[in-house]
Design a protein. Structure first.
Ligand code: CA
Ligand code: CA
Length: 247
């Protein structure tokens, strides 16, 4: 059912050039159970990340979500369209997460290239690191990670949301607004400029997939819902064409 909706949305996009290149949302409301989710999403460990109904948690948009246990398993899928990040048309990556407790462990959501991240990805959630750039202890901050932009600090950059400490027992909104030269992190729709990543240069890889989880062992159980990836510029006819445009 969700796939049908996505097709209809794509038709709508084609009718309006002003709309975003990518318009992917997933609230898990249309699925009956975990097996139905896994007919759309690819589970590395089937049955482990569980479709969950818990009426009364609708504050973030619905009462169905995915419960992610302590696991190395992931759910991944294509997002139905592809696009490039640019400063004029950034791609916004959004997830709501909830956990009873948090530790420094790799969890969350990422948007990735067609091969699920070998050349490019952006991620929000938490990380197993304990020190942020500049040597400041992360304490209990949310984390972002970007990989594949030009001029990425250290080639593979972990950022931290400075605006708030991790929250337990409540849904929170994590957002990464990804342009060519600046990636902006927002917590519950509040932007703190200090945690933005600046000075980047163009990437040459299109966003085409997304993934829940990190594929490495995690010691945190959490819930995730209301995923969104939107924005982006049209993908050029070929990467070579794109190189000619930006050089
Ligand atoms: Ca939901
Ligand atoms: Ca920020």
């Amino acid at each position: 059912m969700l796939k049908v909706f996505g097709t209809m949305a794509a038709v709508g996009l084609m009718a309006s050039t002003a709309m975003a290149q990518i318009s992917f949302t997933e609230d898990f409301e249309s699925y009956a159970d975990t097996a139905a989710v896994e007919a759309v999403w690819t589970a590395s460990q089937p049955g482990v990340i569980v479709h969950t109904t818990n009426a009364g948690t609708a504050a973030q948009g619905g009462d169905k979500y995915m419960a992610v246990p302590v696991t190395a398993g992931v759910l991944s899928r294509t997002i139905g369209s592809t696009g490039f990040v640019s400063d004029a048309t950034p791609i916004t990556l959004t997830a709501y997460v909830r956990g009873a407790s948090w530790t420094n462990s790799r969890i969350g959501l990422s948007m990735r290239d067609a091969s699920l991240g070998t050349a490019f990805y952006a991620h929000i959630g938490t990380t197993n690191g304990t020190v942020q750039p500049g040597g400041v202890a992360t304490g209990d901050k949310w984390a972002s990670r970007i990989f594949g932009w030009g001029n990425v600090p250290s080639g593979n950059y972990w950022g931290y949301f400075n605006s708030a400490n991790r929250v337990t027992g409540a849904w929170v909104k994590l957002e990464l607004i990804c342009g060519e030269t600046t990636v902006r992190a927002e917590f519950d729709d509040v932007n703190t400029p200090a945690d933005d990543i600046t000075g980047l240069t163009a990437n040459n890889t299109a966003v085409a997939t997304c993934r829940i989880g990190y594929g490495v062992s995690s010691n945190v159980a959490y819930d995730i819902d209301n995923i969104s990836i939107s924005g982006g510029a049209a993908v050029p006819a070929s990467i070579s064409d794109w190189d000619m445009m930006v050089d």
